[in-house]
Each structure stands twice: as structure tokens, then as C-alpha cells.
Design a protein around this ligand. Structure first.
Ligand code: HEM
Length: 300
């Protein structure tokens, strides 16, 4: 089989094909399912009643299951997909021998198999089949959505949980204050930022940039720009221009999955808000994304 990167369709085609599955109407339908699914994950952790990992067993699991639901992965495949998703990143620390290339190959095969099946659940895979997209292209797009969406969303949800003071049981904001855009502005997961390459000699804010040079755009710094967001270091749920944040990037390459990510974050936080637990420690990750390796906790 060709290398994964060689199978990747052009960005504008990916956007066009995935747009209907991210429409307001579809998101409204999916949000109820995602809320239910987050409740079920938390219930099963509560029933266990002992130490659990808030990051891997709650936020990451909710993100993985939400992506499965949105893609329309049939129930019979969901457990195996969750295991493969967690092996796509060497940072997820599941203790398994996480060979990401091998996991990606298996995942692609599995998506291709699903897309070739006759009966599939409603979701992105079904949309693409109706548009006669080949199973290989469908599988490639689904893998991209998981690779680009899983970890940023789980980390954004966990960062939001910490920002809201939920984990310290020192809540200063109530659920009615929940403003996902402001939470993403305040502390987003994309780190160190987006990369671009200059196509011509130019000057940015007094610094000469030469054609071919790489530019690192710090989205986090932009989100704390005082001239755009007064009192930028404070979390202000009623901030009128919170949606101008750049946590999802901007322009042609702005995050395709932003509407879905916001629903997953909102559901994860809503469900965990009234659950009382005590964090034991927090292990931050130190590479590629701002976020976590694990957040061990016990029910209070
Ligand atoms: C809070 C969660 C998320 C954050 C903060 C985030 C952030 C970003 C950012 C900053 C970019 C642009 C990178 C650049 O300009 O170079 C991006 C691109 C992308 N994101 Fe997300 N993302 C999130 C969730 C998701 C989800 C859930 C999906 C899929 C369902 C997704 C799919 C993608 C894809 C496919 C691209 C590439 C778009 C392109 O190159 O045109 N993301 N994301």
C-alpha cells in the first residue's frame, strides 16, 4: 500500500467533503449523543469507586468515543478503534508497545473495511459513501480526523476543567457561565503553534523575514494579546469577543473540526461539573501539545 501521506487528498477537497457532517444541524443532533456518552463514561468510572485517570479514562475516552460516533464507526468496531487511537501517539502512555505506524496502518485498514461494508451507521463515513468517495480515500480522511482531533480535544477539555477550578473543588464559575470560546482562548492545547514558510521576502512587525524561512505562529500568545483581549490573563466568561480567539488557527487552514471539538469540550465539562473528586497529581506532557499524560484522581 502507498504511504499514508501520499494517500492524503488536497486540503480543499477534505474541507468540502467533511463540511456537511459539521453543519449546525448535524452538530445539534450529535450533541445529545455526545452528552449521553460522556455520562456513561463517567458513570462507569464512578461505579468503580477507586483511583482513576481523569485524563486517559475520562477526557481521552470521551473524545475517542465522540469521534467514533461522529464518523459513524459501527458498534462492533468501536472498542478496537479506541485501542488503536490510543496507540497513534507515543505520548499517551498506555504502557502498550505503542508503535504508531503499525497502529495507523491497522486503523486505515479497518476504516477501509467499514467503508466497503453495506450497512454503516449515519456519520461521515456514510456521507462519503453516498458521494461515491472510494473506501481508501474515506479511510485516509477518517484517520486524519482522528489524528488531528483526538488529542487536542481531550487536552482542551482537561485544560478547561482545570481553568474552571473543577478539579480543585473551588469552583468560581457556574455551568451557566460556560463559554467554550473563552476557555479555548484562555488556555488552548496547540503548542508551540502553527508553522508557515515565507514565500517571499517580507517584514513582519519590524523583523525581516526571507523567502523560504520558517515562521512559528504562537496561537497562545495571540490569544493573550492585551490589545485584542483586555485583561487577557483572566478567564472572563462574559468576554464579548471571546470567539475571536485563534486556538483553531485562522484562514485557509483553520481547524476543520472546530464545531465538533467545541461540542465535545462542552459535554465533557458539563458532565463532570457536579462530580466530586480529588486530584492526586497531574503529569503534564512536554512535547507537541500543551496538555497531559495523566491526571490520577479519586472520587471524593
Ligand atoms: C480543541 C480541539 C482542537 C484544536 C485546538 C484544534 C486546533 C487546530 C489548529 C490550530 C489547526 C490549524 C493548524 C495550522 O494552521 O497549521 C487545526 C487543523 C486541523 N484540525 Fe483541528 N483542532 C481541534 C480539534 C479537531 C477535531 C475534533 C478535528 C476533527 C474532527 C480536527 C481536524 C483538523 C484538521 C483535519 C486540520 C487540518 C486542516 C487543514 O490543514 O486545512 N481538529 N486544528
Amino acid at each position: 500500500m502507498k504511504k499514508f501521506e501520499d494517500l492524503m487528498p488536497p486540503v480543499d477537497r477534505i474541507r468540502k467533503l467533511t463540511l456537511p457532517a459539521l453543519s449546525q444541524r448535524r452538530m445539534a443532533g450529535t450533541s445529545f449523543e455526545i452528552l449521553n456518552l460522556a455520562e456513561t463514561v463517567l458513570d462507569s468510572l464512578c461505579k468503580r469507586g477507586k483511583k482513576f485517570d481523569l485524563f486517559t479514562e475520562y477526557f481521552l475516552t470521551v473524545s475517542a468515543q465522540s469521534l467514533n460516533a461522529w464518523l459513524g464507526v459501527p458498534n462492533a468496531y468501536r472498542g478496537e478503534h479506541e485501542r488503536l487511537y490510543s496507540r497513534l501517539s507515543p505520548d499517551l502512555g498506555k504502557g502498550e508497545d505503542s508503535n504508531p505506524e503499525d497502529a495507523l496502518e491497522q486503523l486505515l485498514d479497518s476504516f477501509v473495511r467499514i467503508a466497503s461494508n453495506d450497512s454503516i451507521a449515519p456519520g461521515l463515513i456514510d456521507d462519503l459513501r453516498r458521494k461515491q468517495v472510494s473506501p481508501t480515500e474515506t479511510g485516509t480522511i477518517c484517520c486524519l480526523m482522528v489524528m488531528a482531533g483526538l488529542e487536542p480535544t481531550a487536552n482542551a477539555s482537561a485544560l478547561a476543567c482545570l481553568a474552571l477550578g473543577i478539579s480543585d473543588m473551588s469552583k468560581v464559575f457556574s455551568f451557566s457561565d460556560l463559554n467554550v470560546d473563552e476557555l479555548l482562548r484562555f488556555d488552548g492545547p496547540v503548542f508551540p503553534g502553527a508553522f508557515r514558510w515565507a514565500t517571499e521576502d517580507t517584514n513582519i512587525g519590524g523583523t525581516a523575514v526571507f523567502s523560504g524561512e520558517m515562521i512559528l505562529l504562537s496561537l497562545a500568545a495571540a490569544n493573550r494579546d492585551e490589545s485584542v483581549f483586555p485583561s487577557a490573563k483572566d478567564l472572563v466568561p462574559s468576554r464579548p469577543n471571546a470567539s475571536q480567539h485563534l486556538a483553531f488557527g485562522a484562514g485557509l487552514n483553520r481547524c476543520v473540526g472546530a464545531p465538533l471539538a467545541k461540542i465535545i469540550i462542552q459535554s465533557s465539562i458539563t458532565v463532570i461539573e457536579d462530580f466530586e473528586f480529588r486530584k492526586i497529581e497531574t503529569k503534564w506532557r512536554d512535547f507537541a501539545l500543551r496538555g497531559f499524560v495523566s491526571i490520577p484522581a479519586v472520587p471524593a
